[in-house]
Write a protein that binds this ligand. Structure first.
Ligand code: HEC
Ligand code: HEC
Ligand code: HEC
Ligand code: HEC
Ligand code: HEC
Ligand code: HEC
Ligand code: HEC
Ligand code: HEC
Ligand code: HEC
Length: 343
């Protein structure tokens, strides 16, 4: 019963809104570039809407506004679930017809509507994408977009152009990373080692918040993404480690945070063992008298002070000018031995 009363009230309100709206055309957009406005008009007309364009001067700037006359075939769609939003107050801009002279003080932006308690967004998401389509057209689309632009842009009044924004920049409910932590677990981004740009909240230096041609919404392909901030030189030597060459940096490094130094996924030989499981099972580097290879752990690195002896004592992880990714200048394996042994 309550529901029926609610529906009736809603319908009456919508009727009132429709009646008052019938008086004048509804503004659906405003552009500083005429071609954009014309494109929108053509698009709306193709949808069978009675759209037209009007040139106005606001604060001395020329804008091209797009209006739609409410046609009889277009009753407002009633959405009983959502409480009806009061129609936006009609724009009271004194519209000077195109005149080159600086606009007189009369040609001022309308004063802000008296009460601004209701959310300012006056047009639905489908209309946002009418003008901002490329944002949503990447191969990979952020699932958040399914929740609507307003999942993040709570403070965009797009009924005019330039839009009016409230809240954080670009009408966002918060700046990244807090914005992102609204849906993504903050604890996944904290550990004993946190990547500097993550620590600084620069999520959008690596991710496009809307859509992207790259997996995981990355702003560019791997490893170019990393080379935006890390000198490529260290990764481009005569011998390049296969996973580095293929841009698989995240096979060894976490992009955000990790409880290991250098954001490494695993510590010491465990990192290498993942892809080179046999190295430690057979004699390595040298076949000793008792068929044993070179010690690979449990010693101190004689050349890297304070570090344990491990794979990285003899090999570099990314690239090297020497065969087998040798850490030190070595034309042959024997040359390498001489850095630590006198033979
Ligand atoms: C009629 C076309 C049109 C519609 C509809 C529209 N926008 Fe825009 N929007 C633009 C244009 C053009 C700009 C760039 C204006 C400028 O730079 O001043 C813009 C700018 C923006 C910006 C800020 C860009 C920046 O770099 O600061 C955001 C955020 C935005 N729009 C969000 C939205 C959202 C959300 C909606 C839907 C509620 C929407 N827009 C609807 C045309 C439109
Ligand atoms: C997951 C949150 C989120 C959602 C959902 C979202 N945006 Fe954004 N949007 C952002 C962030 C963050 C920025 C700022 C990006 C930056 O500064 O690099 C932004 C920036 C923009 C800009 C400025 C231009 C640009 O690319 O930086 C426009 C326009 C925009 N958004 C429109 C939209 C529209 C239209 C929708 C709905 C289709 C939408 N956004 C949905 C988070 C979001
Ligand atoms: C309104 C909720 C919401 C907000 C805010 C949000 N996200 Fe998301 N995001 C999601 C959902 C839902 C998924 C899909 C999760 C899944 O598939 O497990 C997702 C997935 C992702 C993915 C993985 C995409 C893929 O293709 O695997 C990335 C990267 C991402 N978000 C980054 C961000 C960043 C950066 C921000 C802040 C600018 C942000 N998100 C803000 C809801 C949100
Ligand atoms: C230095 C670049 C970089 C920064 C900064 C960054 N990310 Fe990522 N992010 C990545 C990469 C690379 C991946 C893909 C990891 C993979 O494929 O294993 C990723 C994956 C993700 C995913 C998908 C889930 C997953 O683990 O695969 C989400 C969600 C995400 N990032 C959110 C964020 C948020 C939120 C921030 C800011 C707090 C942020 N990222 C900052 C590079 C970055
Ligand atoms: C937006 C810039 C930026 C991007 C993009 C970026 N990094 Fe970084 N990264 C940094 C900064 C800044 C540091 C800290 C540098 C320093 O301390 O010398 C850092 C440090 C690191 C470290 C060392 C961490 C430590 O605690 O010692 C690793 C590993 C790393 N980045 C890997 C990557 C990988 C892999 C990528 C690509 C997925 C990447 N970075 C993309 C800015 C970036
Ligand atoms: C095979 C595993 C592996 C791969 C793949 C890998 N790294 Fe590393 N990376 C390491 C190790 C191990 C260290 C630590 C080196 C040390 O402590 O001497 C390191 C250190 C770093 C550092 C810290 C600065 C330095 O040189 O010590 C950065 C930055 C970095 N890597 C970026 C990258 C980028 C970018 C990629 C992809 C192009 C990448 N790494 C691929 C294993 C790897
Ligand atoms: C993600 C997988 C992966 C990880 C992790 C990895 N490697 Fe490799 N590595 C490869 C591949 C693939 C090759 C090329 C094929 C081969 O020779 O087995 C290679 C080759 C090598 C070579 C021979 C290079 C040459 O040109 O002869 C050395 C030395 C090496 N890796 C050392 C290491 C060390 C040390 C670690 C640990 C820091 C490590 N790798 C971690 C995948 C990996
Ligand atoms: C004492 C120095 C030294 C240490 C420590 C060392 N290596 Fe090597 N590594 C060598 C030498 C020398 C060669 C070249 C052997 C050859 O060409 O006959 C080699 C070759 C390799 C190769 C390419 C040939 C092959 O055997 O597949 C890989 C992969 C490799 N090492 C991985 C590792 C890993 C993983 C570790 C740590 C578990 C490690 N190395 C520790 C000296 C070392
Ligand atoms: C980065 C330094 C380093 C390089 C390079 C190196 N070694 Fe070693 N080597 C060590 C250390 C450390 C030990 C362990 C010494 C100890 O037990 O105190 C060792 C031990 C040995 C032993 C004794 C093994 C045993 O079981 O007691 C031999 C033999 C040996 N190395 C040969 C070589 C040969 C041959 C090469 C070149 C292929 C080589 N080493 C390269 C550091 C190195």
């Amino acid at each position: 019963m309550k529901r029926l009363a609610w529906l009736v009230a809603t319908a009456m309100l919508l009727l009132l809104v429709a009646l008052s709206a019938a008086q004048e055309a509804k503004q659906v957009g405003s552009f500083s570039v005429k071609a954009n406005a014309e494109a929108l008009v053509r698009k709306l007309q193709a949808e069978g809407k009675d759209a037209f364009l009007k040139q106005v001067v606001v604060k001395g700037k020329v804008f091209y506004r797009v209006y739609v006359r409410p046609g009889p075939k277009e009753p407002p769609v009633a959405k009983p679930e959502a409480p009806p939003e009061p129609a936006p107050p009609p724009q009271e801009v004194k519209e000077a017809e195109p005149e080159p002279a600086p606009a007189p003080p009369a040609a001022k932006e309308a004063p802000p509507a008296p009460k601004e308690a209701a959310p300012a967004v006056a047009i639905p998401d489908s209309e946002c994408t009418m003008c901002h389509q490329p944002l949503t057209q990447g191969k990979v689309v952020h699932t958040a977009l399914q929740m609507g632009c307003q999942a993040c842009h709570t403070g965009v009044d797009a009924s005019q152009l330039p839009h009016k924004f409230s809240g954080a920049s670009k009408g966002l409910s918060a700046e990244p990373p807090q914005l992102c932590f609204g849906c993504h677990q903050q604890k996944d981004f904290s550990a004993s080692t946190v990547h500097a740009p993550v620590n600084l909240g620069m999520c959008t230096s690596c991710h496009n918040p809307h859509s992207s041609a790259e997996a995981k919404l990355l702003v560019s392909a791997m490893p170019e993404l990393c080379y935006q901030c890390h000198d490529q030189g260290g990764f481009q030597k005569k011998v390049v480690h296969a996973p580095v060459a293929t841009g698989a940096c995240t096979d060894c490094h976490a992009p955000h945070a990790r409880n290991n130094p250098k954001l490494l996924l695993r510590r010491g030989p465990l990192l290498c063992r993942k892809c080179h499981p046999r190295v430690e099972k057979r004699p390595h580097a040298v076949v000793g008298f008792r068929g044993r290879g070179h010690p690979l752990r449990g010693k101190k690195d004689p050349l890297r002070e304070g570090k344990p002896f491990e794979c990285l004592s003899c090999h570099l992880p990314h690239a090297s000018d020497w065969a087998r990714l040798f850490r030190y200048k070595a034309e042959s394996s024997f040359d390498l031995c001489l850095h630590c042994h006198q033979m």
